[in-house]
Design a binder for this molecule. Structure first.
Ligand code: SF4
Length: 187
């Protein structure tokens, strides 16, 4: 059943996403940094990661897509930082620093529907799949990325200072954690 579901999703997602945005071409797939290639210097710490898909236009503007099984409102621009979901804004900055591209949108794309949530510069992607509350003016877009960077910087500082007490932000924070059984912090 799992295999059939995966094939069904893959066919539909490929059809829907082959041309996600006019003038943008899927350019970097499973783009990894910090594994075989160098990690990215985020200013005070080095970052390792993998981005599912990066579409790029002729001007070097980049759209990041991260595929998720489901895509809830928590992944939207209004909630992502309060929920501790810094992945998309941090990857937007990683693309700027590591791939020398100009990030204009980063979205989580649910596999079970075409819904996308994330952070999108106004006027850059078609509105049909973008939630209005995820749209930001360019300066707001950059401010949210900067806020995510600050949160990560604080977390790194805490780790270096030995401040590693569990601090789950929400009840959902620990749901898929592989060490939840020994951490004892599940809300
Ligand atoms: S269970 Fe503990 S280690 Fe896992 S996410 Fe929650 S707080 Fe973090």
């Amino acid at each position: 059943m799992g295999r059939r579901h995966a094939l069904h999703w893959a066919k539909r997602v490929l059809a829907e996403d082959a041309h996600r945005a006019d003038d943008f071409v899927p350019t970097l797939i499973e783009w990894k940094f910090g594994y075989d290639a160098d990690p990215i210097d985020m200013g005070g710490y080095l970052l390792r990661g993998r981005i599912d898909r990066i579409d790029v236009d002729r001007d070097g503007r980049a759209v990041i897509i991260d595929y998720k099984r489901t895509c809830s409102a928590s992944y939207g621009a209004n909630k992502m930082l309060s929920e501790g979901l810094v992945q998309v804004p941090i990857y937007l900055e990683a693309v700027r620093r590591g791939a020398l591209l100009q990030p204009i949108a980063g979205v989580y794309r649910g596999l079970s529907s075409a819904v996308e949530r994330g952070l999108v510069t106004k006027g850059t992607l078609d509105a049909a799949r973008t939630t209005s509350t995820d749209l930001r003016e360019p300066e707001e877009f950059e401010a949210l990325v900067a806020e995510a960077l600050e949160l990560c910087g604080l977390a790194v500082e805490g780790m270096r200072a030995g401040d590693i007490a569990p601090q789950p932000r929400t009840q959902g924070s620990c749901v898929r954690c592989p060490v939840a059984a020994v951490c004892g912090a599940r809300l």
